[in-house]
Design a protein around this ligand. Structure first.
Ligand code: ADP
Ligand code: F6P
Length: 324
């Protein structure tokens, strides 16, 4: 018979995301409410291997739900990609009495969670990334805050771009995914949105569009460029030379990852944290929590990692139509 989980560990891994604290708080408090103990593993898998592990009480997570970043800190850990690192990580869990682990992070962190699970530690992943690049879920912790932060910043760039009748290329985060770019492109009314999933690197098309829009009387031209394409500064130089329209590049960078989480991120992260504890209490392992069709749900990590996320073409088409 499967043994009952008594102590839950929780860690954050990979890039931080606003709402991770809400998820940690929910794990801690729902576990305590069920009579379990909770240990916080600091600095992701690095902290696990270095045994940077602390007891967490309900009071330890007071005043954290509104804070950006992660109170457990986060890191990337090359050693955990090795079989030895993973086996040692599971040993450390056993040494500290951790029989269930909640890993909050992205796809990479889930690959680590999968390995911990294979080494006998019941492990559940929560999707924590601003990139929204996890295929099994329509929601990831931090995306809502990040797109709102980026949207507000882009509004400001747009003001000055209009005043100077300039073209502005604004680069947003997202690693290899274009979700932040697509959402900001629609929300900020961009003239062009460059997504790694669809961009054909035909700069002449952009140049023609800028010239055509000038003729139509547009005062600015906002291009949202995804980080996965990058090179915004050199692109701006080439576009200015080809169009004669003053062009500036702005790379929003890490400010998109910080700040107090939105209501949606606080609430969904809280629900997901509680859901992860429920799964552990049902003796489940190797699962990742998602949100689909209006409901929280869970998937086998192996299946979740094999899924492919695509940018919906309809969204891209609508964004283009609305930019005329
Ligand atoms: P994210 O979780 O945001 O996708 P990373 O891809 O940087 O971020 O992964 C975070 C950490 O997860 C890595 O530093 C590493 O410790 C662990 N990890 C990533 N891929 C694997 C893997 N294939 N096996 C084991 N651990 C992994
Ligand atoms: O995955 C989140 C993310 O912010 C990506 O959008 C970006 O590519 C990456 O992390 C940046 O990582 P770092 O903080 O290591 O520069």
């Amino acid at each position: 018979m499967a043994k009952e989980v008594k102590t839950i560990g929780v860690l954050t891994s990979g890039g931080d995301a606003p709402g991770m604290n809400a998820a940690i708080r929910a794990v801690v408090r729902s576990a305590i409410a069920k009579g379990l103990k909770v240990k916080g593993v600091q600095k992701g898998y690095n902290g696990l291997l270095n045994e940077e592990i602390i007891d967490l009480s309900a009071r330890d997570v007071s005043d954290t739900i509104a804070r950006g970043g992660t109170v457990l800190y986060t890191a990337r850990c090359a050693e955990f990609r090795t079989e030895e690192g993973q086996a040692r990580g599971a040993e450390v869990c056993r040494k500290h009495g951790i029989d269930g682990m909640v890993v909050i992070g992205g796809d990479g962190s889930f690959a680590g969670a999968q390995k911990l699970s294979h080494h006998g530690i019941n492990t559940i992943g929560l999707p924590g990334t601003i990139d929204l690049d996890i295929a099994c879920t329509e929601y990831t912790i931090g995306f809502d805050t990040a797109v709102n932060t980026a949207m507000e910043a882009i509004d400001k760039v747009r003001d000055t771009s209009t005043s100077h009748e300039r073209c502005s290329i604004i680069e947003v985060m997202g690693r290899n995914a274009g979700y932040i770019a697509l959402w900001c492109g629609i929300a900020n009314g961009a003239e062009d949105i460059l997504l790694p999933e669809t961009y054909d690197y035909d700069e002449q098309k952009l140049i023609n569009n800028i010239i055509a829009n000038r003729k139509r009387g547009k005062k600015h031209h906002i291009i949202i460029n995804a980080e996965g394409i990058g090179h915004s500064t050199s692109m701006a130089r080439r576009i200015e030379a080809a169009t004669g329209v003053e062009t500036r590049a702005t790379i929003l960078g890490h400010m998109q990852r910080g700040g107090s989480p939105t209501c949606k991120d606080r609430v969904y992260a809280s629900m997901m944290g509680a859901y992860a504890v429920d799964l552990l209490c049902q003796n489940k392992t190797n699962r990742v929590v998602g949100y689909r069709n209006g409901e929280f749900c869970d998937f086998d990590i192996d299946e979740a990692l094999a899924m492919k996320k695509v940018i919906p073409q309809y969204w891209v088409d609508v964004a283009k139509q609305l930019s005329i």
